[in-house]
Design a protein around this ligand. Structure first.
Ligand code: ADP
Ligand code: MG
Length: 266
């Protein structure tokens, strides 16, 4: 994966994060740091606070209490354009509604680099992003005419084209088939290997475990556990947090989390 610059990502540090909305606590006492060169998977049940935490870490949501630093600076003090050159964000809702072509949507990822020296990387960054997401056969199509999974891959291509040292992806695999899920996670892992910091929200615990360097498990607005996949994904913890009995087996040194399904009635 070319991904032009070989930037080492600035560290992102969140300290004492609370988010309260209409007097309801959404996040409580979250402390976490994301380091250059790591792929961090954010997992947890529906409504746990994963997307809210991602938005706080990316500087898009101001926490009620606590602070986020990027490279030692308060993220609130970083101007919009500079922030767009430091971190990219794939949100859960894919918001392109005007009938742009796929090529136009991916090109939008380059807009923070307009009138900079990095503009020279535009073509390379766009080609790399299109290759990594397997959407080259779609470039002349209207975004609005694509299937859910195709839209998700094109939106990811736009984010990859932005070529930022820090990358936040909220459920990039949700709409994808088996192979494209693996492709997205191995692309995310490759970005981390190249020195970037990558945070991915993912529901499939085995998929998270297979690719992430560390996993952060969010439950009811709190960080339940942070560590390697093997540290975080014990059967006891997964059962307690998800309310479902599971077996945890190991494949190639990584945990695989399997729901224990009862015998089906004959
Ligand atoms: P996740 O991504 O883990 O599914 P979210 O971070 O989207 O969870 O949401 C966490 C909780 O906060 C949910 O109960 C959600 O309904 C609530 N929530 C998120 N944003 C808002 C908001 N703007 N107003 C009210 N409640 C919200
Ligand atoms: Mg979410």
């Amino acid at each position: 994966m070319g991904m032009s610059l070989d930037t080492t990502a600035p560290q992102i540090t969140a300290t004492g994060i609370d988010v309260v909305i209409d007097s309801t606590p959404i996040l409580t006492g979250v402390d976490i740091a994301i380091n250059a060169g790591e792929l961090l998977a954010l997992v947890g049940p529906n409504g746990a606070g994963k997307s809210t935490l991602l938005s706080v870490l990316s500087g898009d949501v101001k926490p009620t209490r606590g602070a986020v630093e990027i490279g030692g600076r308060d993220i609130r003090s970083v101007r919009h354009l500079e922030l767009a050159r430091l971190r990219s964000v794939l949100t859960q809702e894919n918001q392109v509604s005007f009938p742009f072509t796929v090529a136009e949507v991916v090109e939008m990822g380059r807009s923070p680099w307009a009138r900079t020296a990095s503009q020279d990387d535009d073509e390379r960054a766009i080609a790399d992003a299109i290759g990594a997401t397997d959407v080259s056969h779609l470039v002349t199509r209207r975004y609005t005419s694509l299937s859910g999974g195709e839209k998700a891959r094109v939106s990811l291509a736009r984010v990859l084209a932005q070529s930022t040292p820090v990358v936040f992806l909220d459920e990039p695999t949700a709409a994808l088939d088996l192979r494209h899920q693996e492709d997205v996670m191995s692309t995310a892992a490759a970005l981390a290997r190249a020195g970037r910091a990558v945070v991915v929200v993912v529901h499939d615990l085995s998929l998270a475990a297979a690719y992430a360097d560390r996993v952060a498990l969010v439950a009811s607005g709190r960080l339940e556990a942070v560590g390697t996949p093997a540290e975080v994904f014990t059967a006891e913890r997964v059962e307690r947090v998800y309310g479902l009995p599971v077996d945890v087996v190991t494949q190639s040194g990584r945990p695989v989390i399997l729901p224990i399904r009862g015998a089906f009635p004959a």
